[in-house]
Design a protein around this ligand. Structure first.
Ligand code: FVH
Length: 291
């Protein structure tokens, strides 16, 4: 019986993420063609079996699926431009972080050359690629996502979030925003505790344990916000207001900038003043959402 040919993939860009991605495809048995502006970065990969393409056109011609984890959307466009005449019929997966509009622009450019464009947002670090910790958002033509899903899952669990190419970047920003708020809250808390002689390393385990509880609470928060129903609250707006007030007051007393928590205080106060003090904490959502 004839042996089945190994599936093919091309990786354009061998920075930290691209190198980790190329390793993942080699480990998964893909015929992996790589290209990088600085060719020297391909050395270890070619020793492990990757095929180095001398120019981007040869890399593009090597297969139907082009994974592009370059620095930014400008670099993606600049790198692909010389190979534009060869893009027709292929799928470009742009993995550079960028704005939603940049994703739409790249998709339009690729479509103008007959290629499908999937925008991908990598919720991963180089060392978590191809581990259960990593997940990527994708948006663009669902048919292209379905066609290449097996290959995409080599890098990370994939979540398809819509046909609008901007959707993956927006979802990525939403998840990043959740994390930034928590991490900045931790840094503020560490600065506050330091004024009481407790170092950040001592705070970290307690804060991590609290955040695990908060993470487990997210589905309930989401259910309440989704339904717009905030009754039966265990933790109400009015219960949380004094805690946030105290956090701001004690920060001020200790010389630690409380600016981070003022917007939350303002939202809780407004909600309470509007007669919703007995609603659950999730009711803050009503002041944030666009109707
Ligand atoms: N590293 C991380 O922790 C985060 C994880 C989450 C996602 N981000 C985003 O991923 C994109 C790639 O990030 P990276 O960390 O792999 O970036 P670098 O290691 O700096 O590699 C950059 C590659 O881009 C090439 N490059 C830059 N400009 C151009 C250009 N004009 N034309 C062609 N290639 C270009 C660069 O080539 P070289 O310098 O080696 O020649 C690298 O291959 C990024 O959007 C993160 O925000 C990473």
């Amino acid at each position: 019986m004839a042996e089945r040919a190994a599936p093919r993939v091309t990786i354009l860009g061998l920075g930290r993420m691209g190198t980790a991605i190329a390793h993942a495809f080699l480990d998964a048995g893909y015929r992996t063609t790589v290209w990088n502006r600085t060719a020297a970065k391909a050395g270890v990969l070619t020793a492990e079996g990757a095929v180095y393409a001398d120019d981007v056109t040869a890399a593009v011609e090597a297969g139907p699926l082009l994974i592009v984890p370059l620095l930014d959307p400008g670099a993606v466009r600049q790198a692909l431009e010389p190979a534009a005449p060869c893009l027709a019929g292929r799928t470009v997966v742009g993995l550079a972080n960028g704005t939603p509009q940049q994703a739409r622009d790249l998709a339009a450019w690729a479509a103008g050359h007959g290629a499908d464009y999937l925008d991908g947002a990598m919720m991963a670090l180089p060392h978590t690629v191809a581990t259960p910790e990593a997940f990527f958002f994708y948006s663009g033509p669902e048919r292209a996502y379905a066609e290449h899903r097996t290959a995409l899952e080599v890098m990370a669990t994939g979540h398809f979030v819509g046909a609008d190419p901007a959707a993956a970047e927006v979802h990525s920003l939403a998840v990043l925003g959740t994390g930034y708020a928590a991490l900045t809250g931790f840094l503020h808390a560490a600065a506050l505790l330091e004024t009481f002689g407790t170092d950040p390393e001592t705070l970290a385990p307690a804060a991590a344990a609290w955040l695990r509880g908060m993470a487990a609470f997210l589905p309930e928060l989401a259910r309440e916000a989704g339904a717009g129903r905030y009754g039966d609250a265990a933790s109400t707006i009015d219960l949380n207001r004094p805690a946030v007030d105290a956090l701001i007051a004690v920060s001020g007393e200790r010389g630690v900038d409380p600016a981070l928590h003022r917007p939350l205080k303002e939202l809780l106060d407004r909600r309470s003043a509007d007669g919703h003090g007995d609603d659950s904490f999730a009711a803050v959502y009503e002041l944030l959402r666009v109707r």
